[in-house]
Design a protein around this ligand. Structure first.
Ligand code: F6R
Length: 589
């Protein structure tokens, strides 16, 4: 979601630098963008709707500038609604990530006091509030920002610019911000990736802090007291792997293809943290797995794996629903978040609530030093390398692999788990070969014009069915729904018409007979049956053969749906890396 970058230092082509940094944040997902540069006594602003693509900006050399990629929440995708927003004087500018929950009352009051608004956004109130606070006698931008930030409700990250004092000030709650020092000046961004080339030492801003960026460097304050505090700098580490597309046409293709290597790496190299996670589950009195979207399906898969492999009950809760379950959390509970980015706000909020109740916090996550990484007591890093396609593929299989290994660790059969993950990796390598891919492309051709598609699975394959449906709908925009096989006759079957594509997960386990009989019911109503599993069956109109890897089946079963979604997306003219309306880092509620 919204991306933020700002710079103060030696005069440079700052407009171009900001635009380049915004390109590094594009993967987060956005619908419009804007850049502001301090030009002599005023702030120059350029904004556009749509993608940055080949866009350029035209600003003179300057010592101060910032920019923003916007994912609309309040106000349509229009040029005036893109950030930065100015105050009435044009001397102050603001960029913002989050939602100012009390913006209506603030805006009405500001309009009542004569302020002129140019956008429909919640964010613009910040610029006008700052204008009033400074005019009201608060002596400097840092103090004024602290006052304004206090008046905002919600989870927000804010950076303000004052062209007179030529400084930027930033504060945040939950939404990430990282500031850094480089050879030419200081910079700040919502993601360390954007600081590459601008900083070599960085500090991750905490919720109770405020940071000032000026020619004299970074100044850090405790926000409530405005007491200056030391800046705990650390080396910038964005060397988490290869961010180049290489020979692949899309990041989605690249990241699907990386899955065998990611699984192998985890199976061979992550034993210690995985055993620690297993031990924490053993010691807890009640474990909760929490995640959103694809990560929630990995979490649900985990609850099945713990049950069948380690005979241990693990609760599963979607991040945004956690607050309705948190009454069960005690200091004996373990709450484990699953997250690729480590920044999903619904997950972070759940973890904050769990911490308030004294629970032990764990995480299975990909992005090191993310908010989640910094807040938990124990962690397993997926080490899957950057996932740049908005859709999650390799991080999903990596999370499931960790949970499979951790449930085997709990059961005292770690080596069996490792063998299964390695067999799944080998199986995926075969599935990524040309002949298997061509078969999926053929199936994609036959279904890409469908309006609806259904996916069924039972037991361990039920969460896989949910994930498969999500992957197909967000890449191809075909309406796809996943169901527990046994639920069909309770309603869903009403939607099946002649020719409706239905994907059936039929592993060689105890669910096979029942799922095939469900498949027969769909076929009897004209469903076009796409079977996924290690053994053919006459009910399948087409069969995508997968290796038999027992309880590691979720690791090989994700790929067919990922590939179907990818190829259907291409056939429908969609960009699988940047689906409409979706964001990679979901940092607003
Ligand atoms: C789907 C997808 C999303 C994410 C979800 C959680 O392909 O990518 O559903 O899985 O937004 O994101 P993380 O894992 O970063 O917490």
């Amino acid at each position: 979601m919204c991306g933020i970058f700002g710079y103060v230092g030696e005069p440079t082509e700052v407009g171009d630098d900001v635009l380049a940094a915004l390109r590094a944040l594009e993967y987060r997902g956005y619908d419009s963008w804007g850049v502001a540069v301090g030009v002599n006594g005023h702030i120059g602003v350029e904004k556009q709707t749509g993608k940055i693509a080949q866009a350029t900006v035209d600003f003179p050399t300057s010592d101060i500038g910032f920019g923003h990629t916007r994912w609309a929440t309040h106000g349509g995708v229009t040029r005036p609604n893109a950030h930065p927003h100015l105050d009435c004087t044009g001397q102050l500018a603001v960029i913002h990530n989050g939602i100012v929950e009390n913006f209506r009352e603030l805006r009405d009051a500001l309009i009542g006091r004569g302020h002129h608004f140019r956008s429909e956004t919640d964010s613009e109130v910040i610029a006008h509030l700052l204008e009033e606070t400074l005019a009201g006698g608060v002596p400097d931008l840092a103090r004024a920002t602290a006052v304004v930030f206090d008046a905002l409700q919600g989870l927000n990250a804010v950076i303000v610019m004052d062209v007179r004092s030529r400084e930027l000030v930033a504060a945040k709650t939950v939404s990430p911000l990282v500031a850094g020092i480089g050879s030419l000046g200081v910079a700040i961004a919502s993601d360390a990736l954007a600081l590459r080339g601008h900083a070599d030492r960085v500090v991750y801003l905490e919720d109770d802090q405020l940071v000032r960026l000026s020619k004299s460097g970074l100044t850090l304050y405790e926000r409530k007291t405005m007491r200056e505090i030391p800046v705990p700098l650390m080396a910038l580490d964005v060397s988490q792997g290869d961010t180049a597309l290489g020979a692949y046409p899309h990041f989605m293709a690249k990241e699907m293809a990386e899955q065998p290597a990611v699984l192998e790496h985890l199976a061979r190299g992550a034993e210690r943290p995985i055993r620690e996670l297993a031990a924490a589950v053993r010691e807890s009195y009640g474990t909760f797995f929490v995640g959103c979207g694809t990560a929630s399906y990995a979490a649900l898969t985990g609850s099945y794996l713990y049950s069948r492999i380690a005979a241990r009950h693990v609760n599963f809760v979607v991040g945004s629903e956690f607050k309705y379950h948190e009454h069960f959390i005690t200091p004996q509970s373990l709450v484990v978040a699953l997250s690729q980015s480590g920044e999903t706000v619904d997950v972070i909020e759940a973890m904050l609530a769990a911490r308030k109740r004294g629970a032990r916090l764990g995480a299975v996550l990909n992005v090191a030093r993310s908010t989640l990484d910094r807040m938990v007591d124990l962690r397993v890093h997926l080490d899957a390398g950057p996932e740049q396609c908005v859709l999650s593929t390799k991080a999903y299989t990596a999370k499931v692999a960790v949970l499979l290994l951790a449930s085997h660790a709990l059961a005292g059969t770690y080596e069996r788990g490792r063998d299964l993950v390695l067999s799944a990796a080998e199986g995926l390598n075969h599935m990524l070969a040309a002949d298997w891919t061509e078969q999926v492309q053929e199936v994609a051709r036959s279904i890409h014009q469908a309006e609806h598609l259904f996916v069924i699975g039972r037991g361990l394959a039920f969460p896989t069915a949910l994930e498969a449906a999500l992957k197909i709908k967000e890449s191809s925009y075909i309406h796809a729904e996943g169901f527990a096989g046994g639920e069909l006759k309770h309603g869903v079957i009403a939607l099946v018409a002649p020719g409706t594509p239905c994907i059936v997960y039929a592993p060689n386990d105890e669910t096979r007979a029942d799922i095939l009989s469900g498949a027969m019911e769909l076929k009897s109503r004209g469903g076009y049956m796409i079977g996924i599993g290690p053994t053919p069956d006459p009910v399948f109109d087409v069969h995508l053969l997968t290796p038999d890897v027992a309880d590691a089946a979720p690791l090989v079963n994700a790929l067919p749906a990922q590939m179907l979604g990818y190829h259907a997306a291409l056939l429908r003219g969609n960009d699988p890396d940047k689906p409409r309306n979706l964001a990679k880092s979901v940092t607003v509620k």
